[in-house]
Design a protein around this ligand. Sequence first.
Ligand code: SF4
Length: 373
Amino acid sequence: MKRREFFKTCSTVGGASLLCSSGAFPLMSPLHAADPVYQHEARWYEKIPHKRVKCLLCPRECVVDDRERGYCGVRENYDGIYYTLVHSRPCTYHIDPIEKKPLFHFLPGTQAFSMATVGCNVDCQFCQNWQISQIRPEQADNLDLPPARVVEMTREAGAPSIAYTYSEPVIFSEYMVDTAVEGNKYGIRSVMISNGYIQEKPMRELAEVLSAVKIDLKAFTEKYYRDVVAGELKPVLDTLVLLKKLDIWTEIVYLVVPTLNDGDKEFRDLAKWMKGNLGTDIPVHFTRFYPQYKLQNLPPTPVGTLERAAEISRAEGMRFVYVGNVPGHKDENTRCPACGKVLIQRRGFWIIQNRISEGKCPDCGEKIPGIWT
Ligand code: SF4
């Protein structure tokens, strides 16, 4: 159903408190790109005949009619020009430990000014933040935070980085680029916490202003991506290879969902692929699933399954393998891959001890990859 038909249908069955297609949210007055407040032209798209546009930001390549929106719900065609409706309009921000992202080899023990707009370009059945990722801008109370104000607030908080996180920053890439550029003027670094479902050109442009990226690699089969994520695996793998080529510090998170992506073969295939395409230094976090959103029928991941995934990865040669969402687990710690000593001791999001000195193990001198200062 097209957007205008959708609103028309909604308006005939009950007004502001009715359910909409994305869930049980009140439908507010539709905002649209005709309003000068939202007239920030999108950066990655092409115009095609009959006032239509083709979005070139993510692999979906939505073809959008005049007065309609793309799949992510935050980009609108108005008179043949494509606009982002969420530039400078985050729906939430917090100050978080960088370990919460999680980034374990990037400025450990520091805080990140963390922000998101509504919207996402996939629909993971296990989404932890579906209340913001699966809605449209008019369904949230959005703030007015231009890039300069975000940077000012980050500096006031004494945080050395800004994290674009919670929902999917790919869909607010223009805002992310502009904020990162502003932050870089003051030595504030930017990190993208993303699904990696993005086209090469925008990723290259983002890489010029970002300092680190965390990619949620949600499984290692196209079937899972199709059935559980509503996306595709191949473009995400391409993004990881591109980030490696561009030398952007990257960490991978793999959320292990019982029965759906937890087979030994899948863990082994993943480890072999990482080793062959990204090298053995990229950190990989196997994190625990808890029932969420549309996946309420599955139990939390057994800790033994996470340990098995970690063991298989290490056996294949990966040097920095973590177990996540299990506070107090020994595999939250960073160990020197050469001498085996604990270098960073963590509990949950907190650093108990950091012994890395000038990027090296203080005991054997092994260089530990990451961004430490
Ligand atoms: S960013 Fe949004 S509009 Fe663009 S192709 Fe992806 S889902 Fe479609």
